[in-house]
Design a binder for this molecule. Structure first.
Ligand SMILES: Nc1ncnc2c1ncn2[C@@H]1O[C@H](COP(=O)(O)OP(=O)(O)O)[C@@H](O)[C@H]1O
Ligand SMILES: [Mg+2]
Length: 221
């Protein structure tokens, strides 16, 4: 059994005439050590799928299991802990908090976990160093280039040592060389105990991944 197994996931937004069936039975598996690309045209359901896999959104049908155990979307506490402990999210526009410096942005998930401050400091410094932005710890997001901001966002996703990294068009807002650089970082993050899913429009990015899952109109292609 794969580490992450999503089966027949369905999601409809809205009701009646205005209802949009974003996912009509999408299945996806990913094993630890893999980087999987998720591709499809705009509106094909990629972000919806990622949000459900990350426990940010409920589904109307289907199942998600991680490490052989079903994720219980009805159990709010279990879902919160799944999000907090298993998932690292990376978004196209970085979603860093403007009025916090890079150190505080990156350490935020650990502060949410209520970790002791010495441990927070140790882990945050390690994450910043591994992404080559240790010297930016005291800078604010607006003082960083796009590539540096995305590195900070990746550091924030990694700091809690999440098993599942979900990245929604992480190179979408970057110019090509910077995007290629960020992709090299993802390739370096491939580890035997980690699953990485990358939503992308870019065939080059997908070409760097181990496998590609394609969506069309809310279905697997
Ligand atoms: N919160 C929402 N409310 C209503 N419709 C939505 C919402 N989120 C996404 N959709 C619709 O669901 C479909 C899939 O969207 P999305 O998952 O964002 O696609 P993608 O990321 O592949 O561009 C689209 O038709 C989109 O308009
Ligand atoms: Mg999207």
């Amino acid at each position: 059994m794969a580490y992450l197994e999503a089966k027949e996931i369905r999601k409809t937004f809205g009701k009646g005439d205005g209802a949009v069936q974003a996912l009509r039975g999408v299945s996806l598996t990913a094993d630890k050590g893999e980087i999987v690309a998720v591709m499809g045209k705009s509106g094909s359901g990629k972000s919806t799928l990622l949000n459900i896999l990350g426990g940010l959104m409920t589904m109307d049908g289907g199942t998600l299991s991680v490490d052989g155990r079903p994720v219980d979307f009805e159990n709010r506490r279990a879902l919160r802990s799944y999000r907090k402990n298993e998932i690292g999210f990376i978004l196209q526009y970085f979603a860093l908090i403007d009025d916090m410096n890079i150190y505080r942005n990156v350490s935020l998930p650990l502060r949410y976990q209520g970790m002791r401050s010495a441990e927070i400091g140790r882990r945050t410094r390690t994450a910043l160093e591994s992404l080559g932005i240790a010297e930016k710890a005291r800078a604010y997001p607006s003082e960083l280039s796009g590539g540096q901001q995305q590195r900070a966002a990746i550091a924030r996703a990694l700091v809690k040592d999440a098993r599942i990294i979900l990245a929604d068009e992480p190179t979408g807002a970057l110019d090509e060389p910077t995007g290629a650089e960020v992709m090299q970082i993802f390739l370096k993050l491939r580890q035997k105990d980690r699953v990485i899913l990358i939503v992308t429009h870019d065939e080059k990015v997908a070409g760097c991944c181990d496998r590609t899952v394609r969506l069309k109109d809310g279905r697997n292609m």
